[in-house]
Design a protein around this ligand. Structure first.
Ligand code: ATP
Length: 269
C-alpha cells in the first residue's frame, strides 16, 4: 500500500444496505454513525463518545465493509491502514506512520480511521519469541499515544478489525481506546440468503434460481465466499452465452468455490 493512499481520506459509497446477515452488528454501529454526524449532541451531558470500536470476527464476514459503511452512512472520509503493513518496516517508520495518519485524520474530521488486522501490531507486548520486537512495540505504543491524545469531540472514530482478539494487548482494550467490541459472525442460513440477495441484485437470475435453497446448501460460507459464488455463477452463465444465470450455474460455481477452499486449506496445512 502506498503512502499516498494511506494518507488520503477516501470518500466511500458503501452503505449498510450493502451488508447483510449481520443485523446486530449493524444496529450497534448505527450509534457510531450518529456520533460521527453530531458528536456534540451526545457529549452535551458530559458523556464520553467511544473513540475506538473493535470489530471481531472470522475472515470474510464483512468487517472492512462495515467500517466503510460507517463512513458511507455518515458521509465522512475513510482513512485505512493494515496492521500487516507495519510488519516488515524499519524501526521508527511504523510509529511515524501512525502519527501521520492521525494528524491527517484530525485535519479531515469528522472521519473514520480503519485499522485492518490490528493483531499484527497489537499483539500482547513482550509476547514475541526471542523478544525484541522493537518495531512492532513502538508502533503499538504510538497507536496508544495517539488514541489517548485526541478528544472524541474532534469527530475521529477509530475502527479496527481482528479475528484474533485473544492475542491483543490488554492496553488496547482499556476505556478510552477500543472499549467497544462488535462481533461479526459467520452468517446463519437466513443471513446467507440475505447476503446472496445483496450480491444477486444486479444479476439477471433465471426463474429456477432459489436463493433460499442455495443458502441451505452452503453452511459455513462467509459473506466473501457467497460473493465469490454469485460471481462465479455469473461468469459460468456468461461463458455459455446465456442471458440469465441458472440454478445449474450456481451448483457448478459452488463446486468450484468449494474446491478452491479445499486447495487453500491443503496449502495451509
Ligand atoms: P478479512 O478479515 O479477510 O479482512 P472482512 O471481514 O474484512 O475480511 P470484507 O473484506 O468486508 O471481509 O469482505 C470481503 C467481501 O465479501 C466484501 O467486499 C463483500 O463483497 C463480501 N461480503 C463479506 N461479508 C458480507 C456481508 N455480510 N454482506 C454482504 N457482502 C459481504
Amino acid at each position: 500500500r502506498s503512502r499516498a493512499k494511506l494518507m488520503t481520506g477516501q470518500s466511500v459509497k458503501v452503505t449498510f444496505d450493502d451488508i447483510a446477515g449481520v443485523d446486530e452488528a449493524k444496529e450497534e454501529l448505527t450509534e457510531t454513525v450518529a456520533f460521527l454526524k453530531d458528536p456534540k449532541k451526545f457529549t452535551r451531558l458530559g458523556g464520553r463518545v467511544p473513540k475506538g470500536v473493535l470489530l471481531v470476527g472470522p475472515p470474510g464476514t464483512g468487517k472492512t465493509l462495515l467500517a466503510k459503511a460507517i463512513a458511507g452512512e455518515a458521509d465522512v472520509p475513510f482513512f485505512s491502514i493494515s496492521g500487516s503493513d507495519f510488519v516488515e518496516m524499519f524501526v521508527g517508520v511504523g510509529a511515524s506512520r501512525v502519527r501521520d495518519l492521525f494528524l491527517q485524520a484530525k485535519k479531515h474530521a469528522p472521519c473514520i480511521i480503519f485499522i485492518d488486522e490490528i493483531d499484527a501490531v497489537g499483539r500482547h507486548r513482550g509476547a514475541g519469541l526471542g523478544g525484541g520486537h522493537d518495531e512492532r512495540e513502538q508502533t503499538l505504543n504510538q497507536l496508544l499515544v495517539e488514541m489517548d491524545g485526541f478528544e472524541t469531540t474532534e469527530g475521529v472514530i477509530v475502527v479496527a478489525a481482528t479475528n484474533r482478539p485473544d492475542v491483543l494487548d490488554p492496553a488496547l482494550l482499556r476505556p478510552g481506546r477500543f472499549d467497544r467490541q462488535v462481533t461479526v459472525p459467520v452468517p446463519d442460513v437466513r443471513g446467507r440468503e440475505a447476503i446472496l440477495q445483496v450480491h444477486a441484485r444486479e444479476i439477471p437470475l433465471a426463474d429456477d434460481v432459489d436463493l433460499s435453497l442455495i443458502a441451505r446448501g452452503t453452511p459455513g460460507f462467509s459473506g466473501a465466499d457467497l460473493e465469490n459464488l454469485v460471481n462465479e455463477a455469473a461468469l459460468m452463465a456468461a461463458r455459455e452465452n446465456k442471458d440469465q444465470v441458472t440454478m445449474a450455474d450456481f451448483e457448478a460455481a459452488k463446486d468450484k468455490v468449494l474446491m478452491g477452499a479445499e486447495r487453500k486449506s491443503l496449502i495451509l496445512s
